[in-house]
Each structure stands twice: as C-alpha cells, then as structure tokens.
Design a protein around this ligand. Structure first.
Ligand SMILES: NC(=O)CC[C@H](N)C(=O)O
Length: 187
C-alpha cells in the first residue's frame, strides 16, 4: 500500500516539527506549505490536510481566506489544530473570546463515539497553548469535546470531514492517539 500524503499548512506555530513527526510516525508522509502560499486547489495526490496552530490571529479573515477556500473546496479529511481550528470556526461564523492564557496539560471530555476519538478514553489529558477560546460552534459543525476551561475543545463538521482541536495534539500521549484516530480516516 502506498504511503498517504498529508498537506501540512504552517500557520506559524512553534511546534511544526513535532506535529510533522507525529503524523509521520503514524505512517503518512507530510509536505508543508505556508498560509500565504497555499494552492487554490488541492492536488489529487494528497489524502488529508492538517492546519497547524497560528501566529496571525484568527480574527484576520482576509489573511486566511485562501486557506479556508482550499479546505472548503477539497473533499479530503481536514484537521485544524489550535489557531488552525479557530480560523476555520471564524470563517464559518463561530464566536471566539479572549480568555485566560492557558499553557500546559488539561483534561477534556470527548465523545468517544466520534471516529476522531476511537483510540482514547472519554477523558483525555492534552496540551494547550492559547489565549483565544471558541465559545460556540459555528453552523455546520457540532461540539465533540469540552472541559472546565472551555465549552468547545473539539469540533466536527456535520458531514464528518473537517475537525478542530483546541489542544496541540503534537504533544502528550492522548494527543498522539487522537492524531491516530484522524489518520485512520484517510489511511
Ligand atoms: N497556539 C496557537 O495556535 C494560538 C492561537 C491564538 N493565537 C490564541 O492565542 O488562541
């Protein structure tokens, strides 16, 4: 079987190497493109798209428009991490709020009947590094994970193609196992 290829969009996160390594450890190859130079159409050679955390905040919808168009016009599984989830949520009309800066490991409760969580228990310990919080899922998405700190820790599109994680899944064992659940959607 050939190795699945993942297009990794670098939105300026501090932990791109770790994110790539995890996806590669799970059996995919990765190629990275910066936010400002994403293609207008996904080449048929890719089986999934992963959006890293961000440097430019999700409020800047103009900056992220080409990326959002790429995601919406593709048909492969997509995973947005931290700011990568926030920018997808903003584009779909979601609401973000400025909160307490959160850095470190926190528990979240997840819906284990969702394919993303096929490899974890209902409570996961995952790593966070952010100050913006999604307090409402946008139309077309549902809330699939929550915690004492944030009402929306994970979201999924109604068609089950696009996922978002507030946590940086490139860290911690449970993060890796959630990434494993994602790779099973296209691998
Ligand atoms: N790590 C990130 O992706 C940060 C996202 C966003 N800038 C926030 O602070 O919430």
């Amino acid at each position: 079987m050939s190795v699945p290829r993942v297009l990794m969009v670098n939105n300026g996160t501090l932990s791109l190497p770790q994110l790539r390594r995890r996806i590669e450890d799970l059996g995919s190859s990765t190629e990275t493109v910066d936010t400002s130079s994403v293609p207008s159409r996904l080449s048929s050679g890719y089986q999934a798209i992963v959006l890293s955390g961000t440097k430019v905040r999700a409020w800047n919808t103009e900056f992220y428009r080409p990326l959002v168009d790429l995601v919406m016009n593709s048909s492969v599984p997509v995973l947005g991490i931290c700011g990568g989830m926030q920018l997808l949520a903003m584009a779909a009309g979601g609401r973000l709020v400025e909160g307490q800066q959160r850095v470190g490991s926190y528990d979240a409760r997840v819906d284990v009947d969702e394919p993303l969580f096929a490899c974890v228990e209902p409570t996961v310990k995952v790593f966070h590094r952010h100050t913006l919080y999604l307090d409402q899922v946008p139309t077309g998405f549902r809330n699939i994970g929550r915690s004492d700190q944030a009402p929306v820790e994970f979201m999924a599109s109604d068609d089950g193609r696009i996922f978002g994680s507030q946590a940086h899944l490139e860290f911690r064992k449970d993060g890796f196992e959630i990434l494993r659940g994602f790779t099973r959607l296209y691998g």
